[in-house]
Design a binder for this molecule. Structure first.
Ligand code: FCB
Length: 492
């Protein structure tokens, strides 16, 4: 049962609402929160949904912490009304969720999209209407990693037909929901889908094939382009965007040419291999050269880059932590603290000589270092690189080992401190002229954190997985206060 009692926490409640915020955000700034289908919905086999690669992966021994699966998750599929009520209570202006492809066209194969499943679409219909009724603007991501298993069986993202089917699926969603969606985000973090899915294998489908990962990079880019065309055709009023998890990458020793080159390679594989085709219609030549021993990139066909490179209405940035890299000299055990999970296989395709030193400063429960300035730096970079393109922070937040007290509170002061720093950095970027329109906190609810299962809590709302009871953490009250003021009061 959702907890809707009015527990007075607000960290800055001592300040009257009309106190002028020390950090005032631009009028109309969109404050939101984000989730993703497999991480919260549950109802894994209801209303015609067929398995995704995460259903298969989570059922494979040793892949996910303690054998956790998304079978039930937050049971949001049945509790979306209560969850939207929580969002309304927090004052969210927008909610970013993702659509589960296996609900929409459950019989898709590599060669045909198959029939549309009305019951699957109906869930999102209800959700979108509930949001609109609550005055919350819906932002839908078309792909947040739950690829239909049948497509993976035919090659997954290594096969260009997956991109073609994705374009068709995007058209279906756009046709049915597009007139009510403020924003449609094509892909979430294709870096993770490609390299964690197909190179290091810590994410579904768990393959460790470097060449396949690069084919996946291209087919994801192509899928994005095909989806942009489909959305433009069928939902002309929706804003179209893509969400990238860009690395704020620095060489450990800026005076060491090898470390500097290591940072260039990470920038190429994580940032430019997506930014360059999407924003400029080309692949970076240094990345092609660095990976020449892995693949000849012949999966890039004539005309593909024109499809990938299309005008966008916004760009989404997910930011959690910085990346520090150095060149590995080949001796001793290689430190791989890149924050992307433990695997014998590296996600850094074609660059096996990279080393990621263990962080020195404070870290979150994920072991991810905390450096808010990375958010500002990445926003500035995007602003320079794509002047005129509005930006959204589509994910940002932190996991901490929260404790639910006996009187039903979660005093997550560390999460509040983390968010405060990042809001500061965000505000600074805006002050420096970056056109950031919105911010989506990850996450609204504690949820299935991929290979970590339910062991990591990112929510500002605590979920008791036994009872499905929702409890607002202190950070939720604090965030509601930020939203009400459209800014932060001094010292809050
Ligand atoms: C991002 C994912 C999101 C969530 C956060 C913590 O990489 O997009 O689903 O797992 O990390």
């Amino acid at each position: 049962m959702t907890t809707l009692e009015n527990r007075p926490i607000p960290v800055s409640a001592a300040q009257p609402l009309d106190a002028s915020p020390a950090l005032a955000f631009p009028p109309g700034f969109v404050w939101g929160a984000a989730t993703a289908s497999y991480q919260i919905e549950g109802a894994h086999d209801e209303d015609g949904r067929t398995p995704s690669i995460w259903d298969t992966f989570s059922r494979t021994d040793g892949r996910v912490f303690d054998g956790h699966t998304g079978d039930v998750a937050d049971d949001h599929y049945h509790r979306y009304v209560e969850d939207v009520a929580l969002m309304k209570r927090l004052g969210l202006a927008s909610y970013r969720f993702s659509v589960a492809w296996p609900r929409i066209t459950p019989a898709v194969t590599a060669d045909a999209l198959g029939p549309v499943n009305p019951a699957g679409l109906a869930f999102y219909d209800r959700l979108v209407d509930e949001l609109l009724g609550a005055g919350i603007s819906p932002a839908a991501t078309l792909y947040h990693w739950d690829l239909p298993q049948a497509l993976e069986d035919a090659g997954g993202w290594t096969d260009r037909r997956t991109a073609e089917r994705f374009g068709e699926y995007a058209a279906v969603v756009a046709q049915h929901l597009g007139d009510r969606l403020a924003t449609i985000i094509t892909l979430n973090e294709p870096w993770c889908s490609a390299y964690l899915g197909y190179a290091s294998g810590v994410h579904a489908p768990g393959r460790q094939e470097p060449a396949a990962a690069l084919a996946a990079v291209h087919h994801l880019n192509l899928a994005h382009g095909l989806a942009v065309s489909a959305v433009r055709e069928h939902a002309p009023s929706a804003q179209v965007a893509i969400t990238l998890n860009l690395a704020w990458v620095r060489p450990q020793d800026p005076a060491d040419v090898n470390d500097v080159d290591a940072a260039r390679r990470v920038d190429g594989l994580q940032n430019r291999v997506f930014l360059d085709p999407v924003l400029h219609g080309r692949y970076p030549s240094d990345v092609l050269a660095d990976t020449a021993s892995v693949t000849d990139w012949s999966f890039v066909h004539d005309g593909d880059l024109q499809i990938v490179h299309q005008p966008l209405d916004a760009l989404g940035l997910n930011y959690y932590s910085p990346t520090v890299v150095r060149a590995w000299d080949g001796t001793g055990e290689r430190d791989q603290s890149d924050g992307h999970g433990a695997s014998a296989a590296s996600p850094w395709v074609g660059s096996d000589d990279l080393e990621f030193p263990a962080p020195v400063g404070p870290v979150t429960d994920m072991g991810w270092p905390i450096e808010a300035d990375g958010l500002r730096q990445l926003l500035l970079r995007l602003h320079r690189e794509a002047p005129g393109l509005p930006l959204h922070v589509t994910e940002n937040g932190a996991a901490y080992p929260d404790v639910l007290t006996e009187d039903g509170a979660v005093h997550d002061v560390e999460r509040i401190a983390y968010l405060h720093q990042d809001f500061d950095a965000l505000h600074q970027a805006i002050t420096e002229g970056v056109d950031v329109r919105g911010y989506y906190l990850w996450s609204l609810l504690d949820n299935f954190e991929w290979s970590y299962g339910y062991s990591k809590r990112f929510g500002i709302v605590h979920v008791d997985y036994q009872t499905q009871r929702r409890t607002l953490k202190d950070s939720a009250h604090w965030y509601a206060d930020v939203i009400r003021r459209n800014g932060l009061v001094g010292g809050s």
